[in-house]
Write a protein that binds this ligand. Sequence first.
Ligand code: NI
Ligand code: CA
Length: 579
Amino acid sequence: MAERLVIDPITRIEGHLRIELETEGGKITKAWSETTQYRGLEEIVQGRDPRDVWAFVQRICGVCTSVHAIASIVAVENAIGSNPPEQARLIRDMVLGSQEVQDHVIHFYHLHALDFVNVASAAEGDPQAAVDFAKAIGSTWKGNTLERMTEVRDTVQGILDSGQLSIFTGGYWGHPDYRLPPEANLMAVAHYLDALEFQRSMIRIGTVFGGKNPHPNFLVGGMACSIDPNHTESINQVQVDQIGVWIAESLEFVKTCYVPDALAIAGVYKDYFDIGAAQNNYLAVGMSGATFAGDPADSDFTSAHTEVKAGVIFDGDLNNIQPFDPNKIEEWVHSAWYSYEGGDIGLKPSEGETTVAYTGPKPPYSWLADSDEYTWCKAPRYDGRAVQVGPLARVILAYARGHARTVEIVDDAAKQLGITLDQLNSTGGRILARAVECLTSAEILAEATFPTFVSNLKGGDIDVFDTTRWEPSSWPSKASGMSFVEVARGNLSHWVTIEGGKVARYQAVVPTTWLAGGRDADGQQGPYEESLAGNGEHPLVDPAQPLEPLRTIHSFDPCMSCAVHVLDPAGDELKAVES
Ligand code: NI
Ligand code: CA
């Protein structure tokens, strides 16, 4: 007899996600991914000056800060024919790259690790054993000292003694599937706290170039920050030196702390390389940070970071990479509370519609999935197929394209873990891929993007703005543009049509929409749903503590604020389980 289970809200994500499940005999048999929050950013920007839109759409999300602003200005530049100078593009690359590295580190330690690391057990860890454990897993992080581990153990003990677990309240600390020994939990909690410090420095790069964070300032045609090494009011030598230090520190943290920790945890939970497979289809326009104005195959301009060409992989066939064609992207609203003029069809984002048609129950409700419509999230498809986007898709594409550094890191990790490439399509694979790409991203920032920017500066290049297309009189009377950007959670595209100097149509196709969308008219599940219920083998031992499905959903790093583009305060109050 199938049992029904609702997890709502899923915590340690951004936004509101509800998962409804049917389980039988300790396995998940059916799953529904439900976005219970409506947003309407795309309607808000209609009729506005396209040069202002970035400031609105950047507010799609405070976690994925910067990324929607950059996607927006690039789409508008594509439409109006603006070509920003190289230094401006490099600054955007640094803002995007540092955001991405910071985001991955936060995701691993602060959002995901607690599915595997038992904070309560850390208090029982012997500090010297924690130092030894770190050494054994190859972590050379400077924080691995007896003094630090002792301090962290005492802090955790103090929190437990106080009876107020603060940010650690509500964890399933008694779940039998927490497998790390106390010293490993202690080390991981110490690194959790160190990562909080790290992420603060890392995100300051966006503050220097954009004036503030979150939501730095951007500019259609370039960047809003002027550079002059001799002035205190502009980006000067002192700030450039500081950015170099932050980038070097981030590479050190990723290399000596994050990557060894991810490998160690993945090794202890190795069965998760056989759990959580979603569709074996992958879409990416390049490595993380890759940015294109228009079709990547024929782009007016790109970021500096395009060593891996765009591509789509179907059925795990790495030897047969399909060329990426933006015309093959369509969004379905079959399972979503929207309606299209043309009925139950797929629509290209350039012709997209966002017409609300809520047919769900009045909250509070107990079960949504008996209806064909159960979410606010559209379901994007590529060539009619559900695809995975994100670190896993990018790493698989980079591997298939023969990107030497990616191949090297993946092969080493696979050897160490004793897994095959096929097993990357899994919960464990998504954790590993995020760590792999965080390392390549940090290296590219430190070894390519930042040095090129500095070298250009030394050559006197301080131009960051294309003045030729600023005035609307220089634009065509009607123009369309699109952008593709590889951001932390996957492929992001913005689509704009401008008429008479104003936005006539706007759509954003966001990574989490690709992943969290529901069933389409053909009954094809979205990747979240597939990862939980694709083969009927996903474990769920104790419905009162649904730790296993959380591990899998968190491996996608959900951002629901992004997935449905103004918060509806009338959310449901009925919570079967609070994760
Ligand atoms: Ni987001
Ligand atoms: Ca519908």
